[in-house]
Design a protein around this ligand. Structure first.
Ligand code: HMG
Ligand code: MG
Length: 287
């Protein structure tokens, strides 16, 4: 019998680094990505094409994408907030783009400087351009559990935004606990609401590990049938516009959980550990 397969989307080079106050040199970003792509990870969020005034750390996205060693079968994705970002990502040969909506108005305003509805108009434009260019689009729903500005999020708001993203052409929607406050029960409640209309194959989980409950939340999502999870090597990360948000759950921890539970991932632990040591040394947090 074939083991149940789980996909890990590595977001370290983007979500892991975007919040670092000290600029990471482009060659170090490239080295990190090249270490990661050796591991069997098939999806690496490599850069973001947002305003360099808003996120200076991500200003070298084009350079990063032009210098990485592109390994066959690996998707090098980029985060894009609007058409300007999309065009830059496409020109840099991003293999996929990700749009990022919020389930809460407060975070939408702080993160992309517009309402949820306005952001969805921009994302629809991106989806249209991407369809023309045959570039797949992934969607995020931030603050799927709670918002640092508006408090707890209603599962219905998450379901609505996720459905809009799928309707406009996103191939998958990643539900994000942006500030890392979820408990497993909330994940189950959220998924019960979302999965009423949306097939579980279109849903991914994105957990930040602020309260060290990300792994138990992933366990809950696995029990609900979710088979795609975002993580960040070394547990790096955070969002500059979500105060208190700590790092993403660490890729090596998610991998260990999946190995323990008998899931197939196609990812080599030692190679991920190498990349983890590299980023920890880089950021001055030795393992
Ligand atoms: P704005 O200031 O409203 O933009 O920002 P604007 O359209 O008014 O333009 C202002 C200036 O920015 C103009 O330049 C534009 O050209 C420029 P000027 O004429 O003044 O010289 N500009 C751009 N430059 C480069 N690339 C672009 C771009 N767009 C405009 N794409 C904007 C609106 C969306 C751009 C801004 O709010 C922004 O960049 N936000 C991004 C914030 C961000 O990156 N957040 C972190 C990622 S999301 C996240 O971490 C959550 C996630 O991990 C899931 C989770 O955990 O929840 C995904
Ligand atoms: Mg995130």
């Amino acid at each position: 019998m074939m083991a149940d397969r789980v996909t890990i989307c590595e977001v370290g080079p983007r979500d892991g680094l975007q919040n670092e106050p000290v600029l990471v040199a482009t060659p170090d970003k490239v080295k990190l990505i090249d270490l990661l792509s050796l591991s069997g990870l098939k999806y690496i969020e490599t850069a973001s094409f947002v305003s360099p005034r808003w996120v200076p750390q991500m200003a070298d996205g084009s350079d990063v994408l032009s210098r990485i060693e592109r390994r066959k079968g690996v998707v090098y994705a980029a985060l894009t907030p609007n058409l300007k970002g999309y065009e830059a990502a496409f020109a840099a040969r991003a293999g996929e783009v990700a749009v990022f909506a919020s389930a809460s108005e407060g975070f939408s305003q702080r993160n992309v400087n517009c309402s949820i509805a306005e952001s969805l108009v921009r994302y629809r434009e991106i989806c249209r351009a991407a369809e023309r260019d045959a570039i797949p689009v992934r969607g995020y729903v931030s603050c799927a559990i709670a918002c640092p500005y508006d408090g707890p999020t209603a599962p219905e708001s998450v379901r609505r935004v996720a459905q809009s993203l799928l309707d406009m052409g996103c191939r998958e929607v990643s539900l994000a606990d942006t500030i890392g406050v979820a408990v497993p029960q909330q994940v189950e409640t959220l998924l019960a609401a979302v999965l009423k209309d949306i097939p579980v194959s279109a849903i991914a989980g994105h957990f930040h590990d602020t309260q060290h409950r990300a792994l138990s939340c992933i366990g809950a999502a696995l029990r609900c049938g979710v088979r795609v999870f975002d993580s960040s090597v070394g547990g790096a990360g955070g969002c500059p516009f979500a105060p208190g948000a700590k790092g993403n759950v660490a890729t090596e921890q998610v991998l260990q959980l999946l190995l323990d539970e008998g899931y197939e991932t196609g990812i080599d632990m030692d190679t991920v550990r190498n990349a983890s040591n590299f980023i920890k040394n880089l950021l001055g947090r030795r393992s």
